[in-house]
Design a protein around this ligand. Structure first.
Ligand SMILES: Nc1ncnc2c1ncn2[C@@H]1O[C@H](COP(=O)(O)OP(=O)(O)OP(=O)(O)O)[C@@H](O)[C@H]1O
Ligand SMILES: Nc1ccn([C@H]2C[C@H](O)[C@@H](COP(=O)(O)O)O2)c(=O)n1
Length: 225
């Protein structure tokens, strides 16, 4: 068994269970958790708060280089603050979900985020003995050398049903924030098919606990190599 910190990278489309499963896996392993989507959401919130036009790519990239972000990476209580202001609820608002792809498809922003997220993963792993990081390009761009790389998938119907249950709305009304957002986000990241060496976990017919167990089984296998 290696004594290197365990790096687990999880990617996949919206609503597959990445965030909820990653937090549970990190708690089970006693390691830190990084929600990289929250970093894009926080930048979107910050730019709108500063009155920056999201279509001005250079202006948004300048903010990406300097926005005062603090990520709380305890999987039992993850948090997001900018400039000392907690914005955990704000970044989940519909207006941010609708706007975040415009920021996430800005290639200058992505290059900065890649470096920031890679550095954060290293810091968290050194501090806690490991990290579970999830997003769209963690297995391929941010941490392609992670010991465990997983693509989490689920059918479109399952993802829409999960989101509609979570938000207590009709499944069809979640289509834009699931399917349309994925279509835009996938113009800059490849998260629909597994890259070489990435293991696919299809959660369509799994319940939440089974999804967590599927990831833990892969992590245990990697830890015993
Ligand atoms: N295997 C599962 N079976 C049923 N529901 C699940 C399963 N995994 C997650 N869920 C539920 O589905 C919803 C969406 O999960 P989650 O937010 O973790 O997805 P996500 O992939 O991180 O989405 P996004 O990328 O849009 O943030 C949550 O309410 C979660 O509890
Ligand atoms: N590594 C990442 C993480 C997230 N994104 C984009 C995709 C989403 O539109 C947005 C918010 O992510 P979510 O909180 O819904 O998981 O950020 C990305 O491009 N790369």
């Amino acid at each position: 068994m290696s004594d290197q910190p365990l790096m687990i990278a999880i990617d996949g489309p919206s609503g597959t269970g990445k965030s909820s499963v990653s937090k549970a896996v990190a708690r089970a392993l006693g390691v830190g958790y990084l929600d990289t989507g929250a970093m894009y959401r926080a930048l979107t919130w910050w730019c709108l708060d500063q009155g920056i036009d999201l279509s001005d790519q250079a202006a948004v990239a300048r903010e990406a280089a300097s926005y005062p972000l603090e990520m709380g990476t305890d999987p039992a209580a993850p948090s997001v603050s900018v400039g000392g202001r907690a914005i955990d609820a704000q970044i989940r608002e519909g207006r941010i979900t609708a706007a975040v792809s415009q920021v996430a498809t800005n290639l200058q922003v992505r290059a900065l985020m890649r470096d920031k997220q890679h550095a954060l993963m290293q810091q968290i792993a050194s501090a806690t003995g490991g990290v579970v990081a999830e997003g769209r390009d963690i297995t391929t761009v941010v941490a392609p050398d992670a010991q465990v790389r997983i693509l989490m998938t689920a059918s479109e119907e399952a993802r829409m049903a999960r989101r509609s249950k979570e938000l207590a709305v009709e499944a069809e009304s979640t289509r834009s924030q699931i399917v349309d957002r994925d279509r835009i986000d996938s113009t800059v990241s490849q998260f629909h098919t597994a890259a070489d060496g990435v293991v696919t976990v299809d959660t369509t017919t799994l319940n939440f606990e089974e999804s967590v167990e599927a990831v833990l089984a892969i992590a245990r296998g990697a830890g015993s190599d």
